[in-house]
Write a protein that binds this ligand. Structure first.
Ligand code: ZN
Length: 196
């Protein structure tokens, strides 16, 4: 993925610097099959600018291809037009992609059951929060508007030698949450509690 240095890295679409992690979408190196993939290859852009771009449908399609590449060799647990959930047994992680908002989530596969419960709870209209191994996830309602916020868990003390450009208190994702998009992701219901 492209390197994101907050306050320095510039959005490939508008040229302005990216100030917070939650407004950014980073792309891996891509082929040059289309103008869009050529422009976004190994680049970072504001999520809002990607979603408002006249080529948004192409960009969503590109995100879908990136997701497919990321889960190559992994077990696909559920997939529909807007989402993909897979477990990578070798890496010990599950990956969840939400194409329409260009969101990719990843956490350790032994916490998938808790994540599925969180999705089901939030899709039912309730506020919900869960803390998994790597990240925290919450859906809250403020002034009648629901938001999904994903944050990084504080690292264990032994990890403090590893510095991060991203403040731990800052959300990695802070997006409007439309629960209809998450509801009825039925295959999650049959997700095994643990990977074999
Ligand atoms: Zn921008």
């Amino acid at each position: 993925m492209a390197l994101l240095v907050l306050g320095k890295t510039r959005c490939v679409l508008c040229g302005r610097s990216i100030e917070t992690a939650s407004e950014a979408v980073a792309f891996p190196p891509l082929g040059s099959a289309t103008d869009v993939s050529r422009q976004l290859s190994d680049a970072v852009a504001h999520r809002a600018h990607l979603l408002a771009d006249p080529r948004a449908a192409q960009i969503t399609e590109l995100w879908r291809e990136i997701a497919d590449n990321r889960v190559a060799g992994a077990r696909i647990l559920a997939r529909d037009d807007s989402r993909l959930l897979a477990i990578d047994d070798r890496a010990g992680v599950f990956r969840y992609f939400w194409f329409p908002r260009l969101i990719a989530l990843e956490d350790e596969s032994n916490s998938l059951r808790s994540f599925a419960d969180f999705l089901a709870r939030s899709a039912s209209g309730a506020d919900a929060a869960v803390e998994l191994v790597r990240f925290t996830y919450s859906v809250t309602t403020v002034d009648g508007r629901r938001r999904l916020v994903v944050g990084q868990r504080p690292p264990a003390p032994r990890d403090f030698a590893v510095t991060s450009a991203i403040s731990l208190s800052e959300p990695l994702i802070d997006e409007p949450f439309e629960d209809t998009e998450w509801a009825d992701f039925a295959a999650l219901e049959s997700t095994p509690s643990q990977s074999p």
